[in-house]
Design a protein around this ligand. Structure first.
Ligand code: C5P
Length: 218
């Protein structure tokens, strides 16, 4: 599995992160959370006072933030200009800003380049929206992970320490809408991807299934 690339795409809050991290740690692979990279860019734009709903303003500064992702599945980290923003990127403000920022082509071009550099020779589980379609179209395993909106909102609100379930649901669905409708690399199921609806399964069941798929390739 030294060179395998596992592409995990899907909707917001579907269980992609927990699944990807679990699979990577069980198989001794690295892990890259590309959503965290877009979140870090959105956080940087907000912190610099850039209007995140103005694509030209975002594009003009897309080259500035220096994003570095750690790839340990048990302790993923993300820094912008050397500052660890792992906690800040999960705020409501970033939740609302990230999809419009991620829809800006100049932001995507730069992030995809960085992501490919991290993937390098492989041995990695990469999570996002466009990994199987755009970032790593040659990935040996491609997954498209979804779950019922109600299940997603419940899990995510619990993770966030008891946030309002209805508001969480709206936030997830709003991101899905923007991510699926954008012009560049929209969220879609990549050619050859396996669709996993995680609604009825426990995390361990989903991880077992994916580990089986990855082991079957090698
Ligand atoms: O995965 P997560 O929900 O943290 O991603 C946050 C946002 O980043 C997504 O809603 C999407 O707008 C953007 N994203 C993307 N392409 C990726 C990963 C994330 O556009 N590969």
């Amino acid at each position: 599995l030294r060179h395998v690339v596992v592409a995990v795409d899907g909707t917001s809050g579907s269980g992609k992160s927990s699944t990807s991290r679990g699979v990577a740690s069980r198989l001794g692979l690295r892990y890259l959370d590309t959503g965290a990279m877009y979140r870090a860019v959105a956080w940087w734009m907000l912190s610099r006072g850039v209007d995140v709903h103005d694509p030209a303003a975002v594009a003009a500064r897309a080259g500035e933030p220096v994003i570095v992702s750690g790839t340990d599945p048990l302790a993923p980290t993300i820094t912008v200009d050397g500052v660890d923003v792992s906690v800040e990127i999960r705020s409501d403000a970033v939740n609302a800003a990230v999809s419009p920022v991620a829809a800006v082509p100049e932001v995507r071009t730069r992030m995809v380049q960085l992501q490919r550099a991290v993937i390098g020779e492989g041995g990695i589980v990469v999570e996002g929206r466009d990994i199987g379609s755009t970032v790593a179209p040659d990935a040996q395993v491609k997954l498209f992970v979804t779950a019922d909106p109600a299940a997603r909102a419940q899990r995510r609100a619990a993770e966030e320490g008891g946030s309002d379930v209805a508001a969480t649901r709206e936030s997830l669905l709003n991101r899905d809408r923007i991510d699926s409708g954008r012009a560049v690399s929209p969220l879609t199921m990549a050619e050859g991807a396996v669709h996993l609806d995680t609604t009825p399964y426990t995390l361990d069941e989903v991880i077992d299934r994916v580990v089986g798929l990855v082991e079957a390739v090698e």
